[in-house]
Design a protein around this ligand. Structure first.
Ligand SMILES: [Fe+2]
Ligand SMILES: [Fe+2]
Length: 338
């Protein structure tokens, strides 16, 4: 009897030991097949197999993107009631509504990865998940609406156009529409700046002041230098990211400097100059200490932004509860009539 028992135990140990390498082998094969699809530019869809790290990277990136769209409404929402005329008010309102729509597409994209929308929002409120550092700066004058549209939405376009070719299908497809709308946002900002720069001396000074305050934070939007960016290499291999932070930042500077010159604005960077040998602009050192301070919650408006979002969730609770109760009643009615 004892011998039989020992034999059974030994058999189980043998089966267990032989299963581990088999499982590893299967995982390796799945990962290899996955990477082949990526290399062939075949989109990854929600029901396809994907490595857990790929899923987690996308959940982090897309939820941060969604939060940035939603928090990004706050600095501009601040000026809807103070827009200088009805046309400007209508345009700004439409732009802010677009940002809400971008947030909703992106929360839906996060859900396709199996994440819970409410959990990701709670992670924003608890500070576990970040959003774009730029939205922690205050909007002090109407010219800031011009500077934000032109520079912030301009930087967002630089970041997001390559995302239309991202390997994850739902994210890539959401970006196509988002980018079209961002381009409208960038133009409305540039139009505000053009009007101010062609206006009185005070208006021109307002535009320059807004430019001075948003230029450097806009450059920080592309994230840390490539050498400091811990996710870049893997994200490039998975084709989640198509260009590095430094490449995108340089592209943004090269495109934006001539626009600033056209407006007659002075770029607040003494080291900025065209480099004939590289065919790019050289520029001064970014204040990374300020960047990390803002990212880590110590920017001018971090607390205010999170408080506004947390309050919005609390204040909207009764609306969501009423909507759920209504939906439940409708379901019951349909069931009964059936
Ligand atoms: Fe947006
Ligand atoms: Fe935008």
């Amino acid at each position: 009897m004892l011998i039989l028992f020992v034999l059974i135990v030994l058999k189980h140990i043998f089966v267990l030991l032989s299963c581990v390498p088999m499982e590893n082998k299967n995982l390796e094969l799945l990962e290899e097949k996955f990477q082949q699809k990526i290399d062939q530019d075949i989109k990854i869809e929600p029901n396809d197999w994907m490595p857990d790290n790929y899923r987690q990277t996308l959940i982090r990136q897309i939820s941060q993107h969604a939060h940035s769209e939603v928090v990004g409404m706050l600095p501009e929402g601040n000026w809807i009631t103070r827009a200088p005329n009805l046309r400007r008010k209508a345009v700004l309102l439409a732009k802010v509504q677009d940002e809400a729509g971008h947030g909703l597409y992106l929360y839906s994209a996060v859900e396709t990865l199996g994440a819970d929308r409410e959990d990701t929002i709670d992670d924003l409120h608890s500070g576990k998940v970040k959003y774009s550092s730029i939205f922690n700066y205050p909007t002090l004058s109407w010219a800031d609406m011009g500077a934000i549209g032109w520079l912030v939405d301009g930087a967002a376009i630089m970041n997001q156009v390559p995302l239309c070719r991202c390997s994850y299908g739902p994210y890539a497809r959401a970006m196509v529409r988002v980018c079209k709308e961002e381009s409208f946002h960038q133009r409305q900002g540039f139009e505000i700046m053009t009007t101010l720069c062609k206006g009185t001396l005070e208006q021109k000074a307002m535009a320059q002041d807004a430019f001075n305050r948003f230029w450097w934070p806009a450059l920080m939007m592309f994230g840390p230098n490539d050498a400091e960016s811990k996710h870049t290499a893997q994200s490039m291999k998975w084709k989640i990211k198509r260009s590095t932070n430094d490449e995108l930042r340089q592209q943004f500077i090269d495109v934006t400097v001539p626009q600033a010159e056209l407006l007659g604005l002075t770029i607040p960077d003494a080291d900025l100059k065209w480099n004939e040998s590289t065919n790019h602009y050289d520029f001064g050192t970014i204040n990374w200490d300020e960047f990390w301070q803002v990212v880590n919650g110590n920017g001018p408006c971090n607390a205010e932004r999170i408080e506004a979002r947390t309050k919005a969730k609390e204040n909207g609770l009764w609306v969501r509860a009423a909507a759920m109760a209504h939906a439940e009643k409708q379901r019951e009615r349909t069931k009964q009539s059936a």
